[in-house]
Ligand binder design. Structure first.
Ligand code: AMP
Length: 401
């Protein structure tokens, strides 16, 4: 069996794919298809011949995946020559059911469909990608890798909301956590870089991208995380509010006459950095700040303050912390955010080195040599983690049969 896995991340109107060598992590090809179902689509494919783009209309996810396969055939690499080992699918919500990556069959599809009420924005699109890939690759094993799975180790006191207890049984109301694929990948990388066994480490992982979440990772297991029943809870994000007094919902329904869907939409798509400063992209926000925009300054402060609160909380949860890890677009690239978040935490043994932080070296270490807590900047690679986990499962199944 080869090590090549086609990783698919299907969104409501988009399809992202990556052909990954699960052994080395090399992406042999990557592509993004957007505006599925619109009169003009947009397709990007990067392979051995470089990058190609087209704007053909693609009515369905099936058309999109067929267009991706055409791009592989035209621009390489040839999927026939490589002999894929598996297709790995990112699935956002696995509920309390899926704690590990799982082989996709009709029963799994039915279970993920049952979870749609918990993730109405994500699971239907993920299922669409699964259905299409099963049709187009009927002979290949397909593996679902859940964003929630890594956080299934949260203890009951961390995942339980203090609401009537029957809400859990009747409606699945509890915290699940997301970005698990990234948190698990980055935790493993941190252990590797520190030359330590992951089982001996306490880590605080900060995934700061368009979506943002924090996790407390003890001995390789997630024991706390900031996202909850949905990815709306926790840190301030590009367009999501993060934590909010739950009474705000009722207040807006009663006082402003808004519908629940309007409020949901505003909290998911018009809040966060965008709501505060009009920009959800951190680079654009940084430009506004540099120009002295007070709203951008406040948005930055609210964003960093929230992260700092979580660092403090997770420090208390873990008792001792070996490393704090920054990852994803903002975490990897914004020295300002890292400096603001960790400012004044010297008494907790956290000392950022300003020179290292300004331009992190290959090893990612941005704390001083005498800092008791290491601070690391580590690029996440969710595609590689999905490919690795898919290949591992398929190999295990093959050995067992
Ligand atoms: P991700 O979801 O991991 O792709 O992260 C996207 C976020 O990272 C966006 O808000 C980007 O503006 C931000 N980002 C990407 N590159 C940089 C950079 N060089 N400096 C600051 N923010 C960045």
């Amino acid at each position: 069996m080869s090590d090549y896995v086609l990783v698919i991340n299907a969104g409501s109107s988009s399809l992202k794919y990556s052909l990954v060598d699960a052994g080395s992590g090399e992406a042999l090809a990557e592509g993004l298809i957007e505006r599925i179902g619109e009169s003009e689509g947009h397709q990007q494919h990067r392979g051995p011949d470089g990058e190609t783009e087209s704007s053909d209309a693609l009515a369905t996810h099936e058309d999109a995946l067929r267009a991706a396969l055409d791009a592989f055939a035209k621009h390489g690499p040839s999927l026939d020559d490589l002999e894929l080992a598996a297709v790995g699918h990112r699935v956002v919500h696995g509920g309390a059911k899926f704690a590990v990556p799982s082989l996709i069959d009709d029963a799994l599809v039915a279970e993920v469909t049952d979870l749609v009420p918990l993730a109405p924005l994500h699971n239907p699109a993920n299922l669409e990608g699964i259905e299409v890939a099963r049709r187009l690759f009927p002979d290949l094993p397909q593996v679902a890798v859940f964003d929630t799975a890594f956080h299934q180790t949260l203890p009951p006191h961390a995942y339980t909301y203090a609401v009537p207890s029957e809400w859990l049984d009747d409606h699945g109301i509890r915290r699940y956590g997301f970005h698990g694929t990234s948190h698990s990948f980055v935790s493993e990388q941190a252990a590797h870089r520190l030359g330590r066994d992951l089982a001996d480490l306490n880590l605080i992982v900060l995934h700061l991208g368009n979506g943002c979440s924090a996790a407390a990772v003890q001995g390789g297991e997630s024991v706390e995380t900031s996202m909850g029943m949905t990815p709306l809870e926790g840190l301030v994000m590009g367009t999501r509010s993060g934590d909010l007094d739950p009474a705000v919902h009722g207040h807006l329904v009663r006082e402003a006459g808004w519908s629940v869907d309007e409020i949901d939409n505003a909290l998911n798509k018009k809040s966060g950095l965008k709501g505060l400063a009009g920009e959800n992209d951190f680079r654009a926000l940084a430009k506004l700040r540099a120009a002295g925009d007070p709203k951008a300054e406040l948005a930055f402060d609210v964003y960093c303050h929230r992260i700092k609160k979580y660092v403090g909380a997770y420090y208390a949860v873990l008792g001792t912390v070996d490393a704090i890890v920054f990852t994803a677009g903002v975490g990897q690239h914004s020295a300002d955010v890292r400096a603001a978040v960790l400012h004044g935490l010297e008494r907790l043994g956290i000392r950022l080195d300003p020179v290292r932080n300004a331009d992190p070296a290959e090893d990612g270490l941005v704390s001083t040599d005498d800092s008791e807590v290491a601070v690391l900047v580590i690029p996440t690679n969710e595609e590689w983690q999905i490919a690795r986990q898919a290949l591992e499962l398929v190999t295990k199944e093959e050995t067992a049969s």
